[in-house]
Design a protein around this ligand. Structure first.
Ligand SMILES: Cc1ncc(COP(=O)(O)O)c(C=O)c1O
Length: 406
């Protein structure tokens, strides 16, 4: 036997079973979210990353993704990596030095496009509303009067603060009429609320798998209109990314050839997640999400807590709840995990906690467990909350609007 370097200690990690809690936490954060059994099973399988079976899986994923994106786009790709990798694919293929981008920013994730665009040397302009609310169509119209842009980026749902871009379709139409390509982050919203890629004329949509789609993290999806793809395909500027290059991605996704080794289990899981969405239908899924979130909102308010975002721009897919004075939210969240095995999220420095309403999170038992845990955890810190009124209000909304979909 060849001796190994004995200055490097041989570690002795415990088996995973000993690390994982006996009862897994209910994931009610802004993602990843719980996955259906079919998705979990598919995610435990490995098949060859190329060949006839994989080609069929890929073909179905593309076809199902078209339905979910509401598009006839030919150029749809899975991207190995988080949703940020799909955002980066959009930025790195459409932008390079000399190209101009207008980034509509109203939080951490919409602002990420600007960081990525700067990284590839584009000329970046950021437009934001001083209130922190979503950028509106009149603000975009004003910005487009004074300068021209090759690309305009925006987010449909800004997860970091629970804000929804109400004017999205109008902003897309405006940008298009000024000759700009549009890139939309639908990472937390896809399949939770309407997004009509073709009807609204969006050029590129990106999404993650671990949120609305209720699949495993690790693969994201991106869809290019023909005109966006042509811009990327015809660029003469150097292509700084190899994995994220759309021409190379087309080899695997369009021609069933090797690009890099595909993340097989995550793709199989995505196949199942998309299939379950098709089975449910988008119409029923939107309704399930809407009423699940509204029920929770009714419950939160009836209990005596305040929602962080005003109703007009409130994102239903991730709900931000104001932290009342005197409450230490970290202590409350820890209590929720220790006592009730429910995990909710903090909010990147904003005075709110966030509860996800995406995919499998939108099921009645999860709502009751989460609202109850939240009420108890906040009340323990001396806050006068009426938990029973909250649960009753939620039950009433569910009974009236959502019994058959949730
Ligand atoms: C709206 C939005 N965009 C982008 C991202 C980035 O996703 P990922 O962490 O998978 O890269 C997130 C993640 O929470 C998000 O909510």
């Amino acid at each position: 036997m060849t001796p190994v370097d004995d200055s490097i200690k041989r570690p002795q990690p415990p088996p995973l079973d000993q690390l994982l809690p006996a009862e897994p936490l209910l994931l009610m954060t802004a993602g990843p979210v719980p996955v259906p059994a079919e998705v979990a099973r598919a995610g435990s399988l490995v098949i060859n990353h190329v060949g006839e079976t994989m080609a069929m899986v890929v073909r179905h994923i593309r076809e199902m993704a078209r339905y979910v994106f509401q598009t006839a786009d030919a150029k749809i790709y899975g991207v190995s990596g988080p949703a940020s990798a799909a955002m980066e694919m959009a930025m790195t293929n459409l932008l390079w030095p000399g190209r101009r981008v207008l980034v509509l920013r109203n939080g951490l994730f919409s602002g990420r496009f600007a960081e990525m665009a700067e990284g590839v040397g584009a000329d970046v302009t950021i437009l934001q509303d001083p209130s922190g609310g979503p950028v509106t169509a009149p603000q975009v119209a004003e910005a487009l009067k004074t300068a021209s842009y090759d690309v305009v980026t925006m987010v449909q749902g800004e997860t970091s603060c629970g804000v929804y871009t109400r004017d999205l379709d109008e902003i897309v139409a405006l940008s298009r009429s000024h000759g700009a390509l549009t890139v939309v982050d639908a990472v937390c919203t896809l399949s939770t609320m309407p997004l009509k890629k073709d009807e609204w004329g969006i050029d590129v949509v990106v999404t993650g798998s671990q949120k609305g789609l209720s699949s495993l993290p690790g693969v994201s999806l991106i869809s290019f209109s023909d005109r966006a793809w042509e811009v990327a395909a015809q660029r003469s500027a150097p292509r700084p990314h190899w994995c994220l290059d759309v021409l190379r991605a087309e080899r695997f996704w369009g021609e069933s050839k090797y690009h890099y080794t595909a993340p097989v289990p995550a793709l199989l899981a995505l196949h199942e997640a998309l299939r379950l969405i098709i089975e449910e239908t988008l119409e029923r899924r939107f309704l399930r999400h809407l009423h699940s979130s509204l029920s929770l909102q009714k419950g939160v308010e009836a209990m005596g807590l305040k929602l962080y975002t005003p109703p007009l721009t409130r994102l239903n897919s991730v709900l931000a709840i104001e932290i009342p004075e005197g409450v230490d939210d970290a202590v409350a969240r820890k209590y929720m995990t220790d006592r009730f095995k429910v995990l909710i999220a903090d909010a990147f420095g904003i005075n709110a906690v966030r509860i996800g309403q995406m995919g499998e999170q939108c099921r009645a038992p999860n709502l009751f467990r989460t609202l109850h845990a939240l009420g108890v955890a906040f009340s323990r810190q001396g806050l006068a909350l009426d938990s029973s009124a909250g649960m009753a209000a939620m039950e009433q909304h569910l009974a009236e609007f959502a019994e058959d979909v949730l």
